[in-house]
Design a protein around this ligand. Sequence first.
Ligand code: 3Y8
Ligand code: NAP
Length: 256
Amino acid sequence: MTPNLLVLGGTSEASDLARELASRNLQATLSYAGRVARPRRQPLPCRVGGFGGVEGLASYLRDNRITHLIDATHPFAAQISRNAVAASALAGVPLLALTRPPWKPQAGDDWLEVPDISAAVAALSGPAQRVMLAVGRQPLAAFAAQPQHHYLLRVVDEPESPPPLPNHSLVVSRGPFTEAEDAALLRRHRISLLVAKNAGGRGAVAKLTAARSLGLRVILIARPPLPARREVESVEAVCAWLDHGASTETVAERGV
Ligand code: 3Y8
Ligand code: NAP
């Protein structure tokens, strides 16, 4: 059957995959949730917006005769990844996740690893510090429980309303970031503590490398649990699956 792929995107890896699929002239669509005003331009047709839960995604797969579903979303995008597992089984379309391993501490790192956002908030109790929150816009409200700090917030789009943190500076900037930029930013704002998600990959790692070189403590939030599914960590492995793996899968395996 002629492949017709749906790639759930929003990451550097999804962009790498989109370039490879376009270079192979494969029929593929890249999907964004519509979280940011101007998502990166892609060499594939794009669709923007939710599908309407599991049923909506399963209907999209059927109605558009999708032959392969590739979940290349961010490790913290747990809801869409859960939906992809269920919808691929429902529609009988093979699913493959393109993900990236979590970052591991190296010599010189001063990490406090916490299980989730609320544990990160709890870890911020204590006297006022200058803290960089490099966790995007969505989790910011939780940090209002620790208003004593000066926060440096980095977001992709100008927020419509001021973040609920009394003492903050705002940086509107999308990645991927470089170590030099992030080290300069941490120094300029006299940051003593960094809060980040354990996203893995290369697009967000610069701040951790910068924090290591500056001897800063990092509160690192572990990624949420995801259902079992077939996972690879490279564009090459996705292409190998498309060339061989997917066609030999039984329906039972699909969306495992
Ligand atoms: C809309 C689509 C590419 C993809 C680039 C990667 C790298 C740069 C680093 C910091 C951390 C953060 C955030 C981040 C990074 C890449 C990647 C990555 C982190 C875009 C994009 C979309 C989003 C959504 C956005 C979230 C936010 C998270 C900012 C495109 C730019 C903090 C995650 O305002 C909002 O609502 C923003 C929401 C989800 C997390 C949050 O909770 O706020 N990403 N980011 C996608 C969609 O609509 O489907 O424009 O490219 C993509 C990228 N963001 O092709 O180059 O792959 O990780 N994204 C985190 O890691 O903690 C920034 O500041 O150091
Ligand atoms: P999420 O919480 O897992 O998903 C919430 C809902 O958003 C989903 O149920 C789905 O709506 C919709 N959705 C999410 N990703 C989608 C996509 N790629 N295409 C179409 N609909 C999508 O998602 P999130 O964490 O907000 O992430 C949203 C997007 O930002 C994803 O593309 C993700 O890769 C990217 N991103 C997220 C983070 C992060 O820290 N969470 C970091 C970098 C990039 P319906 O139920 O209506 O289908």
